[in-house]
Design a protein around this ligand. Structure first.
Ligand SMILES: O=C(O)Cn1ncc2ncnc(NCCc3cnc(NC(=O)Nc4cccc(Cl)c4)s3)c21
Length: 270
């Protein structure tokens, strides 16, 4: 059946198991494809809610973008289908779930240099692949990273990704911590957004919290615009060097993704 691209998938092809998590628009279940026994994750999106929040175009764009991306560190959208009430995204299953939980459960709440460098390398590799395919993810944060049973990172949730170049404003939702200055200042943005987010991600990996975290949105904006960064004592000089070369206000001066993949701290610690 699945060899044939015309095959019409439906919920009948799957047995849904335990619930893995819940997002704003629906739930995620572990599932098994009946004929092959293949284990998947099934993300359900309630049509009524998707329509109410006017994000239909985002779901369709995600499906369009995801169906052209294939990379070991990108969570594969295997197929999708819908019924009267829901849209179903059939995804690769990441056996160790959200990376965020692993970060919070690490000693001190931060990753050791080896894990931080390994995960950062894999995210940078996935982003580099996206950029080569004219896709900006735009929502890089620990919550959107999953871990396979073998401990490899999978970049997930392309619900906010766009084809470059894009002038579309991203409506403010979720954490502001990862927004780059050009988005905070409402200017247009480009693939350089992902480089900034990678810097914020690296900081959070080695510190356990994001660099511009504050008690109010205003204060967070201020710190982002002026790029005020302080490092706790446990952070190695190599990691500080990398983070400082990514969290630069002038987007054209940020380290490129290929340069991140060759950075000395990454290469020696991963
Ligand atoms: O993460 C968990 O909760 C648990 N978990 N644990 C293991 C595991 N293995 C695979 N996937 C999981 N979760 C689904 C990850 C997603 C991938 N792609 C998405 N796309 C999306 O949500 N799009 C979307 C939603 C709402 C609106 C719009 Cl516009 C777009 S969500 C897993």
């Amino acid at each position: 059946a699945y060899g044939n691209p015309e095959y019409e998938w439906s919920l009948n092809d799957f047995e849904l198991g335990k619930r893995l998590g819940r997002g704003k628009f629906g739930r995620v279940y572990c599932g098994r494809e009946k004929r092959s026994g293949y284990i998947v994750a099934v993300k359900t999106l309630v049509k009524y809610e998707v329509a109410k929040e006017k994000v239909e175009h985002l779901v369709l764009r995600e499906i369009e973008i995801q169906s052209h991306l294939k990379h070991p560190n990108i969570l594969q959208l295997l197929t999708w289908f819908h019924d009267d009430f829901r849209i179903y995204l059939v995804l690769e299953y990441a056996g160790q779930g959200e990376l965020y939980r692993h970060l919070k459960n690490s000693p001190g709440g931060y990753f050791n240099e080896h894990l931080a460098a390994k995960y950062l390398y894999q995210v940078a590799d996935a982003l580099n692949y996206c950029h080569k395919n004219q896709v900006i993810h735009r929502d890089i944060k620990p919550e959107n990273l999953l871990l396979t049973s073998r401990g490899d990172v999978k970049l997930a949730d392309f619900g906010w990704s766009v084809h470059t170049p894009s002038l579309k404003r991203k409506t403010m939702c979720g954490t502001l911590d990862y927004l780059p200055p050009e988005m905070v200042e409402g200017r247009s943005y480009s693939i350089h957004v992902d480089q900034w987010c990678l810097g914020v991600l690296c900081y959070e990996f080695v510190c356990g919290y994001p660099p511009f975290e504050s008690n109010s949105s205003e204060e967070t904006y201020q710190k982002i615009k002026t790029v005020q960064i302080k490092f706790p004592s446990q952070v190695q000089p190599g990691a500080i060097d990398l983070i400082k070369k990514l969290l630069i206000h002038d987007m054209t001066k940020r380290l490129t993704l290929p340069e991140v993949l060759k950075h000395e701290w990454v290469v020696t610690n991963m």
